[in-house]
Design a protein around this ligand. Structure first.
Ligand SMILES: Nc1ncnc2c1ncn2[C@@H]1O[C@H](COP(=O)(O)OP(=O)(O)OP(=O)(O)O)[C@@H](O)[C@H]1O
Ligand SMILES: [Mg+2]
Length: 286
């Protein structure tokens, strides 16, 4: 093959390579290199959904947990891959602890009280409070191993909780895992338009479908009169969604009860008010 390509490329003034190794043409024609990693052989995962945002702290991990829990309550087998290696928050949210054990098949995820399977760097570290101070490629390698080395068993949905931004980890996940689509999380500030669009454009460049938008911290319901207070300013999510042609999957309130449940490791007991379209859209993937 290499010889054949060298012959095909020979004489093209644009090619300055001394070897065909690493060249897309090496795979024949204009084929793009395939970076997809093989799933652990003892795992079978029907759908992979990424939860992303161009910005930190908007509630990606919270929304990941809530979407996962919505599907668990609907009777599906669900897992969460915590791809936030330097700031993992899923285990705490679900009240699970390591160390995860393994055998010759791979490492087994922790199983939360509601049956959700979870893998996170915090379930592997000797001490949960140890910081992870790794360079980008090592972090990306760990995320890939959560796909290749974890015995997930059979799952209908695997949610991938991403770190903030459009950096190394989302790039690795989009290239290495068969992501069905992403959900973009934002908060109700004007800056959000820019942030949502960054994530949206990245997905577009990677040919990953965007399933919809979730607005978190959308409002605070007054405990006395129920009036909705726009703590972070007026929502512009409908406007952004319309512009991008995407559904709004939910506008979730700021709730002290949510924060309390998360701190207790009982996030799965919350029933976040997603729009009915969220469940319909996710189950339609099946
Ligand atoms: N709607 C909400 N009401 C109350 N508390 C919330 C809500 N959403 C998230 N929180 C809390 O706010 C904190 C930040 O949320 P979360 O960790 O989900 O954000 P994130 O976008 O994943 O952050 P990071 O960018 O650091 O990964 C958490 O303690 C979470 O429990
Ligand atoms: Mg997070």
């Amino acid at each position: 093959m290499a010889e054949q390509n060298r012959e095909e490329c020979a004489g093209k003034s644009s090619c300055s390579r001394s070897s065909c190794e690493g060249c897309p043409s090496h795979q024949g024609g204009n084929a793009k290199p395939d970076f997809h990693e093989d799933l652990n052989p003892y795992s079978k995962i029907k759908h992979v959904i990424g939860i992303v945002s161009g910005k930190g702290g908007v509630g990606k991990s919270f929304v990941t947990g809530q979407m996962a829990s919505m599907l668990v309550k609907a009777g599906y087998k669900v897992g969460i891959l915590d791809a936030d290696i330097t700031g993992p928050s899923i285990p705490k949210m679900y009240g699970v602890h390591g160390p995860c054990v393994g055998d010759e098949r791979g490492t087994f995820p922790a199983v939360a009280e509601d049956g959700t399977k979870i893998m996170s760097i915090n379930l592997i570290l000797e001490n949960e409070e140890d910081p992870v101070i790794w360079r980008g490629p090592v972090i990306a390698g760990a995320v890939k191993q959560f796909w290749t080395d974890i015995v997930w068993g059979e799952l209908d949905y695997l949610f991938v909780d991403m770190p903030p931004g459009t950096g190394d980890v989302p790039l690795t996940v989009f290239q290495s895992l068969p992501v069905d689509g992403i959900v973009i999380v934002s908060s109700p500030q004007d800056l959000v338009k820019l942030i949502v669009k960054k994530a949206y454009n990245m997905a577009g460049m990677m040919n990953i479908p965007v399933l919809g938008l979730v607005e978190n911290y959308s409002y605070l319901a007054c405990p006395d009169c129920g009036k909705k207070i726009s703590v972070f300013g007026e929502s512009c999510i409908d406007e952004v969604a319309q512009e991008l042609g995407l559904p709004v999957l939910g506008k979730l309130p700021i709730s002290p009860d949510y924060a309390k449940k998360v701190d207790q490791g009982k996030a799965f007991e919350i029933e976040a008010p997603f729009d009915g379209i969220a469940l319909r859209m996710l189950t339609a993937l099946n």
